[in-house]
Design a protein around this ligand. Structure first.
Ligand code: ATP
Length: 297
């Protein structure tokens, strides 16, 4: 049955022998959105993507791509895929690889345009086996892009990229989104999901732990973090009302509290020598850690 979603997993379970990689997972990808899949190693992100690309078949539940079955090649015509490991003919040049891929599609992007978007213009005549790891990732991205996809699935695209290349990549992703391409991106960089995603789905042990905007996911962790150097023993800080979890690291005591003002009043009154005080908003990383605690495989 076709639906509004561009792609969807509905009640999907996938097992590898005795290992259940995803369990009754529901995931919808809507037109025009950038969805980021987050989860610790082994959470089931790559499995979820591979089900959407038709490379894996669900043991239970249904998988839908553009309203049909993703294992049919005709359904994958408007799909671009960049998985973590892709084998490419080592001896071919960058332009040849992208050109070769373009032949599989009815209305591909121009090869030169694809190379330019992917930051490969100057490397076009370089052999694939003579590229650095980060440059090879760009070629894999160009290959995912050249078919002019409506939906792009990308698995940890910026792993191994330097900081400048990562920022450049973010810009490319934003431009593609502005052109109307829908994107699903897995990442271990939470700031990447925060910077790019309209929606974040956190997966743990093959199940959806949270699904919402970056702001909504962050809002699941209440309060702020307070840190200071103190002459008080850590037990005294732990005894403050609303102190939350208190830790000591490199001479600084840190705590997370939904009522930092109350904690600070008590702390300043008890320790006239309190110094090096910081108060910070909680981040997506804090939300992620608290959501995935106990969900590691
Ligand atoms: P990572 O962040 O490390 O890439 P992931 O979230 O993408 O992890 P998956 O690769 O989907 O996780 O793996 C989910 C689970 O399935 C893990 O327990 C993994 O060990 C297992 N698994 C994945 N591929 C296979 C396979 N081919 N055979 C057996 N088990 C597998």
């Amino acid at each position: 049955m076709a639906s509004q979603a561009l792609a969807a997993l509905r009640g999907v379970t996938k097992r590898y022998g005795a290992i259940t990689a995803v369990t009754r997972i529901d995931l919808e990808i809507r037109g025009g959105e950038l969805l980021s899949l987050l989860g610790v190693n082994g959470a089931g992100k790559t499995t979820a993507l591979s089900l959407l690309t038709g490379q894996l078949k669900a043991d239970e539940g249904s998988v839908e791509l553009f309203g049909g079955d993703p294992t049919l090649p005709s359904q994958r015509k408007r799909l671009g895929v960049m998985l973590q490991e892709a084998e490419l003919p080592e001896k071919l040049k960058v332009r040849e690889l992208v050109h070769q891929q373009a032949q599989y599609f009815d209305a591909p992007l121009a090869v030169d345009e694809t190379l330019a978007i992917s930051g490969l213009t100057e490397l076009a005549t370089r052999r694939f086996d003579q590229l650095s790891g980060g440059q090879k990732r760009r070629v894999q991205f160009a290959i995912a892009l050249v078919g002019n996809p409506k939906l792009l699935l990308i698995d940890e695209p910026t792993t191994g990229l330097d900081v400048g290349a990562r920022r450049q990549f973010w810009q490319v992703i934003r431009e593609l989104k502005a052109r109307g391409v829908s994107i699903v991106l897995t990442t271990h960089y939470l700031e990447e999901a925060d910077a790019l995603a309209d929606r974040i789905v956190v997966i743990g042990k093959g199940r959806v732990l949270a699904d919402g905007t970056p702001a909504a996911i962050k809002a699941r962790v209440q309060g702020r973090r307070v840190g200071a150097r103190t002459t008080l023993p850590i037990e005294s800080v732990r005894a403050f009302a609303h102190a939350g979890e208190v830790t000591l690291s490199e001479g600084r005591v840190t705590l997370r509290s939904p009522r930092v003002e109350d904690v600070l009043r008590q702390w300043l009154a008890a320790d006239p020598h309190l110094s090096d005080l910081t108060v910070e908003a909680l981040s997506l990383e804090d939300a992620f850690l608290s959501l995935t605690q106990g969900a590691a495989p």
